[in-house]
Design a protein around this ligand. Structure first.
Ligand code: TYD
Length: 140
């Protein structure tokens, strides 16, 4: 719970042929990805997310295109625009996220620390605020 969202610089290996972006556990991310998924065919005006995760760690990269990711812990807010394949966003557990403003052709890659589990989602804002308050009380 004490981890905060932050931008990640992928290791980039560039030569005359092009570039390779590398994300490794222990370097760019501190979890072992168990699931990889990606968002594509995104409509410019669609809004995604509107949930938080209880335990899941994620790292997101706009491999092409761009999008906006807004995060909140209920008190503080962060806003990021991912628009380069070598810059990602690390999202620890406990952050409500909203994704939108997708450029045409955007592909958003997500590395996740665990398999899909609907029980890990908090999809109701009031439930999220109550869960956050309870987490906060438990560390006092
Ligand atoms: P959701 O995570 O709510 O999408 P987003 O945050 O991008 O708006 O997922 C949408 C649907 O897809 C929901 O019914 C759950 C399902 N889903 C899976 O079955 N497996 C997965 O790995 C993911 C990410 C979603």
């Amino acid at each position: 719970m004490n981890q905060v969202p932050k931008l990640i610089q992928a290791k980039t290996i560039r030569d005359t042929r092009g570039a390779i972006g590398v994300v490794e556990t222990g370097s760019e991310i501190d979890f072992v990805p168990k699931r990889i998924y990606y968002l594509f065919d995104l409509h410019a005006r669609s809004e995604r997310g509107a949930h938080a995760h209880r335990r899941l760690f994620q790292a997101m990269f706009a491999l092409s295109g761009s999008c906006e990711i807004r995060l909140t812990d209920g008190d503080n807010e962060w806003a990021f625009r991912l628009d380069s394949p070598d810059i990602g966003l690390s999202v620890p557990p406990g952050y409500w996220r909203s994704l939108g403003s997708f450029a045409g052709g955007t592909v958003l890659l997500v590395l996740a620390s665990d398999a899909y589990d609907e029980h890990d989602y908090i999809r109701n804002w009031e439930d999220f605020v109550a869960w956050r308050a309870q987490q906060y009380r438990s560390i006092l």
